[in-house]
Design a protein around this ligand. Structure first.
Ligand SMILES: Cc1cc2nc3c(=O)[nH]c(=O)nc-3n(C[C@H](O)[C@H](O)[C@H](O)COP(=O)(O)OP(=O)(O)OC[C@H]3O[C@@H](n4cnc5c(N)ncnc54)[C@H](O)[C@@H]3O)c2cc1C
Length: 133
């Protein structure tokens, strides 16, 4: 694909990232979170599932053209927040006069995903602007 990333819908695979290494080689990464249904499967079966997803999305995809693949399973990659964590998430600040926090984990009122990360950056920038205006 020519795009840097794609969202794969209604499949086991969720995100596909493309990183061109050189003229002939592209490194693709498939990301799946909340993948409880895949955890009990063998490595071979999981790879087969991903290849099938790629085939469904990109009809010209040929598994035999894949030179190398690896599978990383990290059960703790994404956290599952409980409501009780809310009062433990730190505010943007400032701390120590001029230290501001930004990150999905900070107190944004949103679950710690990309939306929270973006909002946290905006909040931090606004606080900086308030102080230095
Ligand atoms: C497997 C997985 C799947 C996900 N899927 C989704 C999804 O589908 N939708 C969604 O909304 N969110 C998803 N997320 C969550 C999303 O990736 C995060 O919410 C978001 O990236 C957080 O952005 P951030 O800027 O707060 O932190 P990060 O993106 O983690 O950025 C922090 C940066 O700081 C750098 N860093 C850390 N320590 C230091 C240091 N001491 N010095 C210098 N640099 C440092 C890190 O290398 C990193 O680049 C997923 C996360 C994972 C792990």
């Amino acid at each position: 694909m020519n795009e840097f990333f794609a969202a794969l819908q209604n499949l086991n695979s969720q995100w596909l990232f493309a990183n061109r290494i050189n003229k002939n080689t592209i490194h693709y990464t498939i990301v799946v979170s909340g993948a409880d249904n895949l955890l009990s499967e063998s490595k071979e079966k999981i790879i087969e599932t991903f290849f099938s997803d790629l085939k469904a999305t990109f009809p010209r995809f040929k598994p035999e053209n894949v030179e190398h693949f690896s599978l990383t399973i990290e059960k703790n990659a994404t956290l599952m927040c409980m409501p009780t964590i809310e009062n433990k998430r730190p505010d943007t600040g400032p701390y120590l006069d001029n230290l501001f926090l930004a990150g999905d984990w900070s107190q944004t009122g949103l679950p710690p995903t990309m939306e929270s990360a973006v909002l946290s950056g905006k909040l931090a920038a606004e606080r900086v602007a308030d102080i230095y205006k």
